[in-house]
Write a protein that binds this ligand. Sequence first.
Ligand code: ZN
Length: 241
Amino acid sequence: MRVAVLSDVHANLHALEAVLREVGAGGFDAVWFLGDLVGYGPHPNECTALLQEQAALCLAGNHDLVVLGKIPIDAFAGEAAAAARWTQSVLDDDARAFLGTLEPRMAAPGAELFHGSPRDPVWEYVLGDDAAEAAFALTQAPLVLVGHSHVALEISNGDDLRGEPAPAGTQLELGRLRRLLNPGSVGQPRDGDPRAAWLEIDIAAARATFRRTDYPVELTQAEMRARGLPEALAARLAYGI
Ligand code: ZN
């Protein structure tokens, strides 16, 4: 079984379509999504419908929960709040209903999935040792999958805890060590590579591969500007920051 793990689409339809084209051409068996379908980007309804149709597992992220009103919007500052308000104003009933069914954590065979972290599935970023240690301590599955930071990352729990950024093409053997993996973000990468980030897991071969996919960033930027979304949110997409 080969799984495509996606996270943090943030209503960037061009990025999501480009990744799903590769996933479709690659003959994957399942798509797992780690949350933040909406927020920041220009196509919340279309992205929600696409993943509702194509993802076998789907989590809610903090942005999804804010847009639904399950978390007060004042949890966000400035641009994130402005984008969440705009998203609330355009979100259709189908998207709202589907997002309303999602939780920020889930279990799958051999893996535990969280938007943020096992300790705080909605808000915590797993970027440092403390959060990583807690993540391994609070889970049992060989594989822990998290999103939320928008940074592709792999952390292994052997004799020592080791964590590294995971640029395009990074391959890992699974099985010997427990791993915590973050696929990075499809729709708003923040690790300096503007291409859409995702993760391939080949369960039979016990191998994980970090992938990046080109998409027309300028089309998403133009759509954000046309909708009056904050300029800084559009500008950052070109740099992957
Ligand atoms: Zn996010």
